[in-house]
Write a protein that binds this ligand. Structure first.
Ligand code: OXD
Ligand code: MN
Length: 627
């Protein structure tokens, strides 16, 4: 029985009518699959209305007005924040739900030990059951979107069905939405099907709440059929399915099959005083400063950074032997707390207007505030849950994961060609984490395989560990732990095979960075933020071949005297500590790597096991020569 019939037989026909906007496209032959799928989902979920989203400004305005009328959004004072809104989520729906995120691949081993696996047939039954009638009383929106410029060689398209107008407005900022995507579908371009419901049907006469959601949540990926089904949450990472679900989890599977990489990476262009340009992608786990690096304001005169992306990059080997990268997104969905004049003035300027804020605090003058925006908190606020707040209270005014959603084009230092369909050729890839100990400020890999070994070992400390001890680490290989749609060990192998497609003299060079190393007294040893350009400057000189490096057992580090430290005050002792490589603590790191690799039941590629053996050998040599 066809999917549509299965759904119909369980739920009966849906009642439908179109709204002022949102007319269905004409039923031409190329769109028959799309129409059939939309019919099937409507029959299953029983919405009151279907609205085909055209992506126009008038439609967006109407949607925002409707959400203000319904109490989902608070319009901010246009004097301070024109075209901007505040949403307050349900207190239990504030973040991605990794424990409820599933990879439903045919074979469990294809999901691997780092993902929650679900049997696809069973999960399909569960989805059919749980989505039955889930949109009753609501509008079902059909949102065609493109990741990357429509029609670009690295771009991919999809359609999201959702009953959340907040999700529709967010998708409108984060992706390219509109009729030209539907045209691509009509022309036969493959597309990914994504279905989202907040899981809160309305009975006739039942009043809606500001943030409908369900205690039961499912974020389900079917990698074999390239589908996503998300239920119960309105939070961006669970509801904007183009982002983590499609552009990382599903795209990583498409990339595995087609020979490219979908990565949790920012993308920047660095320009030196002579006008030389370097394209750099960098992977950091969440909350390790990706948006800050993406919007860096260099403290070395004459250096400039242009932002290309802050969260996701798709990397594809080009015919020229280089690795080409696009940012498939069209906006930033960033963490608000900690974003301020002294930490990321570019982000603050980006948020001047046309922004949807979620779970930040509201000022009495109708503007927003969050911890870190300014040094001092305003005397009176309404907190993210709508309660009165004053600075003496021992709870934050904004939720720690409160967010802004804003178009990339509003960033004052966005690269003029940030949405060029062909992307940019990468010169360097950085891997980073939050490491209080052991990991130097910057280490260069000796070659691609060594770089992949470094990426596979990225970890971030959950809490600051005391100097000298390794501490409790969360392994987050390539910063992709929650986002890789298939077996992570196969993903390591895929990185190796992508490297083989690059010309050895044109492949990006790989570096590990760590802005977060601390001294014995717990203080950060490196100033970070704009001064991170000093590390980038050394990397740029390495790329040009104008500076040497010091070999250590874990890779190549700068000669301290070669770092440009003009205008910054870092004590010589601190610099030495920032670059210290202690063979004893690195042996513990090697043991942790061995334990981690063992969780993949022999699936970790042999070249990475060889890198681990080589690291142990170099550490033993270093220990011998220092004793
Ligand atoms: C994340 C995000 O959780 O970008 O990594 O939202
Ligand atoms: Mn992210």
């Amino acid at each position: 029985m066809a999917l549509a019939e299965t759904f119909r037989s369980r739920t009966g026909p849906a009642h439908r009518r179109v709204t002022e906007f949102g007319q269905a496209p004409a039923p031409e032959p190329g769109l028959s699959d799309l129409h059939a799928w939309v019919d099937a989902i409507a029959t299953l979920t029983q919405p009151d209305r279907i609205h085909w989203v055209d992506g126009s400004a008038a439609e967006n305005d109407a949607l925002l007005r409707q959400m203000v009328d319904d109490g989902t959004l608070i319009k901010l004072n246009p004097e301070w924040r024109p075209g901007s809104y505040l949403a307050r989520s349900h207190p239990g729906d504030v973040a991605r739900t990794e424990g409820r995120t599933f990879i439903a691949s045919e074979r469990q081993e294809d999901a691997g030990p780092t993902n929650n696996w679900a049997d696809p047939a069973e999960m399909r039954d569960t989805m059919t059951e749980i989505f039955a009638g889930s949109m009753r009383g609501r509008t079902m929106y059909v949102v065609p979107f493109s990741m990357g410029a429509v029609g670009g060689p690295l771009s991919h398209i999809g359609v999201q069905i959702t009953d959340s107008p907040y999700a529709v407005a967010s998708i409108g900022i984060m992706t390219r939405v509109g009729a030209d995507v539907t045209r691509k579908i009509a022309e036969g371009e493959p597309w990914v099907k994504t279905v989202h419901s907040v899981g809160a049907p309305l009975e006739p006469g039942q009043e809606d709440v500001a943030w409908p959601c369900n205690d039961e949540k499912y974020i389900v990926h079917f990698p074999d059929t390239l589908e996503v089904w998300s239920y119960g949450s309105g939070y961006g990472g669970n509801a904007i399915l183009a982002k983590k679900c499609f552009a990382l989890r599903i795209a990583s599977v498409i990339g595995r099959d087609e020979g490219w990489l979908a990565e949790h990476m920012l993308l920047i262009r660095v320009i030196d005083p002579e006008g030389n340009r370097y394209h750099i992608a960098a992977a950091f786990p969440s909350a390790c400063g990706k948006t800050n690096l993406a919007m860096l304001r260099p403290t070395i005169p004459g250096w400039r950074v242009e932002t290309l992306g802050d969260d996701i990059a798709w990397l594809r080997p080009g015919e020229d032997g280089r690795l080409w990268a696009i940012n498939p997104e069209a906006g930033f969905f960033g963490v608000a707390p900690g974003t301020g004049e002294s930490t990321n003035v570019t982000a603050v300027e980006t948020l001047w207007g046309n922004t949807i804020f979620t779970n930040v605090a509201l000022r009495p003058d109708g503007d927003v505030w969050w911890e870190g925006l300014t040094d001092d908190a305003p005397a009176h606020l309404t907190d993210w849950q709508g309660n009165p707040w004053t600075p003496d209270m021992d709870r934050p005014a904004a939720h720690p994961n409160s967010r802004f959603t804003v178009s990339a084009g509003q960033c004052p230092q966005i690269a003029p060609d940030w949405d060029a369909p062909e992307g940019v050729p990468l010169d360097a890839i950085l891997f980073g984490g939050r490491r209080a100990t052991n990991v130097p400020l910057v280490v260069e890999a000796t070659d691609w395989t060594h770089g992949v070994f470094m990426g596979s070992n990225i970890s971030s400390e959950r809490t600051a560990a005391a100097e000298g001890t390794v501490g409790e680490l969360r392994r987050d290989p390539f910063a992709m732990l929650p986002f890789c749609g298939y077996n992570m060990a196969d993903y390591f192998g895929h990185w190796l095979s992508v490297g083989q497609k690059l010309r050895f003299d044109r492949a990006p060079r790989i570096f590990q960075v760590n802005w977060f190393r601390r001294g014995d007294d717990g203080r950060f040893l490196w100033p970070g933020f704009g001064d991170n350009v000093r590390v980038i400057e050394w990397i740029a000189r390495r790329l040009r071949g104008t500076v040497g490096a010091v070999d250590t057992p874990i890779g190549r580090v700068p000669e301290i005297s070669e770092l440009n430290l003009d205008g910054v005050d870092v004590a010589q002792d601190d610099l030495e500590e920032i670059f210290a490589v202690d063979p004893e603590t690195w042996k513990v790191e090697a043991d942790l790597t061995e334990q981690f690799y063992a969780t993949f039941d022999g699936r970790v590629p042999a070249p990475l096991q060889a890198e681990l053996a080589a690291l142990r050998y170099r550490l033993a040599e270093a220990a011998r020569s220092s004793s």
